[in-house]
Write a protein that binds this ligand. Sequence first.
Ligand SMILES: Nc1ncnc2c1ncn2[C@@H]1O[C@H](COP(=O)(O)OP(=O)(O)OP(=O)(O)O)[C@@H](O)[C@H]1O
Length: 282
Amino acid sequence: MTVDNPTDTTTTTSTAISLRGATLSYGDRVLWDGLDLDIAPGEFVAVLGPNGSGKTSLLRVLLGLQRLSAGTVEVAGARPGRASRSVGYIPQQRALDPSLTVRGRDLVGLGLDGHRWGIGFGGMRDRRRRVTDAVAAVGATDFADRPVGLLSGGEQQRLRVAQALVGDPAVLLCDEPLLSLDIANQRAVSTLIDKRRRDADTAVVFVTHEINPVLPLVDRVLYLVDGRFRIGTPDEVMTSKNLSELYRAAVEVIKVRGQIHVVGVHSGLCEDESHHHLAEAE
Ligand SMILES: Nc1ncnc2c1ncn2[C@@H]1O[C@H](COP(=O)(O)OP(=O)(O)OP(=O)(O)O)[C@@H](O)[C@H]1O
């Protein structure tokens, strides 16, 4: 069920992530089946789909936290989990406890623990330099010494990006990193992620309910609905025909001023309409 994919690669050397015949089911429930996907270094892939379609489960597979029911998966040339130092992860955003007194730069440093930079002679100096650089790269220097619990959602999210990037990952996995950020911070965080993949060729898998904030950055979309999926560029995948087939309902895709609106998907497919692509046509 894939759309032609001119950027598809077949060798592991030029592939950051490779899924072959990947299937994930929980009991009788098939989340996705026969998923073939190669993601190239530096590629930005958005994973879209309604609540419960298996987006986070895909990230869990790539992190080595969830085994496939069938098929194979490689991340940075290794089995998931084995390549953990090559993988950065921005988990779904939850506001940090206001009483949390750990400093921002210590939170970022957690991204290095267990990595090669944290150990050995000179390791502490390297570690400090890497944390300082990562904090600066996300524009967090001014607040990195404050307790993270007192920072705004946008400031906390910049630090999470720094934590994911401080280990110099080849693959960056993001689970709705823009959730509950205002437009300025959505733009700031997505620009940081985009810069990283351009500067360091880091492959990005970006789970999101809303494609528009990242549409200019997206190379390909993986759209999951109820066990079915489509893969391709946004223009290839986000058509009325494709989405109607995926949702098995009449869905209309309207492109207005460089944005994509999906009309006609009722809320039974998605619990939270504010997360949804549902929008009134302008
Ligand atoms: N370990 C598990 N055992 C059984 N079912 C599970 C397990 N993990 C997830 N599920 C179910 O699989 C489905 C997919 O969950 P997942 O979190 O991957 O969806 P999602 O697309 O990320 O959803 P959302 O948009 O709501 O975050 C859900 O119905 C969930 O309840």
